[in-house]
Design a protein. Structure first.
Length: 258
């Protein structure tokens, strides 16, 4: 018991000595520190060394506290920025995805429309050529019919005196002239319409091309916990598209029936 009491008393004396030394020891002193040459004859005061160490420790602790405070401010600002970015991302992603899908549907619809227009143009060209041939055939038939009636009229007139009986027959010249005038006007109108509107050989179709507008997200960005948690790299599956016009391929089936 006595030995234990002595140890406790000794510890208390050491603690009091250390507290008193901290109170008394200061960094400022009129006695300069000893140099290497004066180390034998003089030595630095232990109290002053303790004061200098304590002063330096306080300076380091104050700087560390400032650094920790700055780091905390940066972390809070980064978290606030990531939260705002997440909200903006979530609000815009649906709109961007819908726009991307609409672009793909527009390209598919425009390509189908261009194929249909090309087929209609070719079908119209074929029908126009067929109609032109029919008009020529009708004109030739009318001319042949008119020539035949004129020949019949001349034959009847020739045998009018020698023939036992002859039926009355006359050629309706005004009707043939009117019919020929109508056919000329029809041909002229069709020719003017064909010259005014000349469709292209093939209707161009809209094509979509993926272009690279910006570099991919860096590995540092991908490693951010908020980015991994909120899946903020999902814009990578939506490519930047460019729309353009290209000539339609020749593999277009002509519509035969409507």
């Amino acid at each position: 018991m006595r030995l234990k009491q002595q140890k406790q008393d000794g510890r208390q004396r050491v603690r009091r000595t250390q507290r008193n030394r901290r109170r008394r020891c200061r960094a400022e002193s009129d006695v300069p520190l000893c140099s290497d040459d004066d180390w034998v004859s003089k030595c630095p005061s232990g109290c002053r060394l303790q004061g200098l160490i304590s002063q330096r420790q306080r300076d380091v602790e104050r700087k560390l506290w400032k650094v920790c405070k700055t780091v905390k401010l940066y972390e809070e600002a980064a978290e606030t920025s990531m939260t705002a970015m997440t909200q903006i991302y979530n609000s815009n992603r649906r709109v961007i995805v819908n726009t991307y899908i609409s672009e793909l549907k527009f390209v598919d619809g425009s390509e189908e429309l261009s194929r249909t227009l090309t087929s209609l143009r070719r079908r119209s060209s074929s029908l126009s050529q067929r109609l032109k041939e029919l008009r020529s055939a009708v004109r030739k038939q009318v001319e042949d019919l008119y020539r035949a009636e004129v020949d019949i009229d001349m034959t009847l007139r020739t045998c009018h005196g020698s023939c036992r009986s002859a039926l009355p027959f006359t050629v309706d010249h005004p009707s043939y002239q009117t019919l020929e005038t109508d056919m000329d006007q029809t041909n002229k109108a069709v020719h003017q319409r064909t010259r005014a509107v000349t469709p292209p050989e093939d209707t161009a179709h809209v094509s979509i091309k993926t272009i690279d507008m910006s570099p991919a997200p860096s590995l540092e960005y991908r490693s951010i916990p908020a980015v991994q948690r909120e899946l903020l790299t999902q814009f990578e599956d939506i490519g930047q598209n460019e729309l353009g016009l290209e000539e339609l391929l020749d593999s277009v089936e002509v519509l035969e029936h409507f």
